[in-house]
Design a protein around this ligand. Structure first.
Ligand SMILES: [Zn+2]
Length: 500
């Protein structure tokens, strides 16, 4: 919470400075110490900052845990403006109830509990309210936001409306059908010149992909998540055209791939860019204008990637920018990572940036590689670390991450990673461990790659979109419950990739 307080204060102080002055509020005196406290709690529960400020003299001091004192009306106002941001940026809606109180002269000592839809359990604490002449002269509180136990289902329980942002507009959970949760329409990974993606035309790509998309729809696909981020030859204009022609609502992403970037479309500016400049790029792509690549379609989420050898400084900078924007938009961050230790270090970095996974969503993509590994890759040896790869998935799930198994039925990822039996085994192990709401399935198939000229949809191992739909049918035949299949094909991708 101290972090939240500080963030909120910085933000509000910046706004206040820009506006020229902090608004003055007249002070309103209460007849008794008990009335001062009652008014304070009522105003706090209503998040009415003007009413809170009406109780504070110029010399107000609020003493927080950890040696933090907030002093003076301007800083106290900023504190409460930050507190009263909607969750998770702030804690608006937190309801304080007095459990007991006693008075020593004009000081009221109270035990209280705080409750909210975004808390997993009530939070207990105590305050000393030092009143004087009907005002709140000072407060000493045990309140520490870091101690709050967050309800992982807070979006649903707090009634946050969520939408799948697609080429067909924002869609609700009942409008997306079975989700092709990790596939591609267009990418350039090929060995031709890294600018070939610039000369591809929407018509030629649609001609190549139309039969595959029609077949996927016939097999029950209702929506498509196009996973190609900046740095691997992205063409959002082509994806929009293909999705519209195929009449298949398609989510596009913002985000920047790991080093080395495959194509020439961005590295020049990212290496020299600040966190704020990268955040601005994400912000624009998550909005209607300009939207992803200027298409006017807002990105559904932020897709990144980090190296197996650990994050580079550039990747860390990109991750910080993504966290900043996730805090503003509640957009999910997803990342292609094929190393367990890197995945855990990304989660730790997100927490250090203020994107704890109980408040914000993170999807670890390509977990099949780590699940299949004997353990972490070790330096200077072909051997593996002692802990099995799958344990890294469990550790990430315990921290709150979604786990994407997304090479299912893919010839590129081969049976070694993509076998139906193998993947169902991992899924059932995750279900048994209690993580059935955190599993995403996909095939990572597609796509049109202009880097392989002369071939139709030209990536070696390029493949239609059927295998994940066939996997769903196969699971049903294997006796997997319809409810679990529905979670994997619909509920979980909606929960993971939707936005307010
Ligand atoms: Zn992919």
């Amino acid at each position: 919470m101290r972090r939240l307080f500080v963030l909120g204060m910085a933000m509000v102080l910046a706004i206040a400075t820009a506006a020229g002055a902090v608004a003055k509020t007249e002070q309103v005196r209460q007849p008794t110490p008990a009335a001062v406290v009652a008014e304070h709690l009522d105003a706090l529960n209503a998040c009415d900052v003007d009413r809170l400020m009406a109780q504070y003299p110029d010399e107000i001091k609020i003493l927080l845990p950890g040696g933090v004192t907030v002093e003076g009306r301007d800083d106290v106002r900023a504190l409460f403006e930050g507190f009263c941001q909607p969750f998770p940026a702030g804690l608006a809606g937190l309801q304080f109830t007095e459990l007991s109180s006693s008075k020593v002269q004009k000081t009221v000592n109270a035990q209280w509990k705080a409750e909210a839809c975004f808390l997993a359990e009530p939070y207990l604490g105590a305050d000393a309210y030092e009143t004087w002449s009907g005002l709140m002269a000072a407060q000493v509180t045990t309140f520490d936001g870091a101690e709050l136990k967050i309800n992982p289902d807070w979006r649903q329980d707090c009634g946050v409306e969520l939408w799948f942002q697609t080429t067909a507009g924002p869609l609700g959970a009942d409008e997306i059908g079975n989700v092709l949760a990790h596939h591609h329409m267009f990418v350039e990974l090929g060995d031709a010149t890294p600018e070939d993606f610039l000369s591809s035309t929407p018509e030629e790509v649609y001609e190549a992909l139309a039969p595959w998309l029609a077949e996927a729809k016939a097999l029950g696909a209702g929506s498509f998540i196009e996973f190609t981020p900046f740095g691997v030859g992205r063409r959002p204009d082509i994806v929009k055209y293909v999705a519209d022609q195929a009449d298949l609502p398609t989510m596009m992403v913002t985000g920047i791939y790991r080093e080395p970037f495959v194509t020439d479309d961005m590295p020049g500016w990212v290496y020299g860019a600040s966190v704020d400049e990268i955040a601005d790029f994400f912000r624009g792509e998550l909005s209607n204008d300009p939207g992803v690549g200027g298409t006017g379609v807002p990105a559904g989420f932020i897709k990144l990637s980090q190296n197996d050898t650990g994050m580079t400084l550039t990747e860390l900078k990109i991750l910080e920018a993504a966290c900043t924007v996730a805090q503003e938009t509640d957009a999910t961050i997803a990342s292609h990572i094929t190393s367990g230790p890197t995945a855990l270090s990304v989660i730790e970095a997100l927490e250090a940036f203020g994107c704890d996974l109980d408040r914000y969503r993170f999807v670890w993509i390509h977990t099949q590689v780590t699940a299949r590994a004997d353990g972490a890759k070790l330096e200077g040896t072909w051997g593996s670390g002692h802990d099995p790869g799958f344990d890294y998935l469990l550790a990430a799930a315990e921290r709150g991450a979604y786990l994407s198994l997304d090479g299912i039925g893919s010839q590129f990822w081969t049976d070694f990673y993509g076998g139906f039996d193998l993947n169902l085994g991992w899924i059932m192990d995750l279900v048994t461990a209690g993580y059935e709401d955190q599993i995403i399935v996909g095939s990572d198939t597609g796509w049109y790659d202009p880097g392989y000229p002369g071939e139709e949809a030209s990536w070696p191992g390029s493949q239609d979109y059927n295998s994940i739909l066939e996997f769903a049918d196969w699971m049903a035949a294997e006796g997997v419950s319809p409810a679990l299949i529905e979670k994997l094909m619909h509920d979980n991708p909606f929960a993971a990739f939707s936005r307010p």
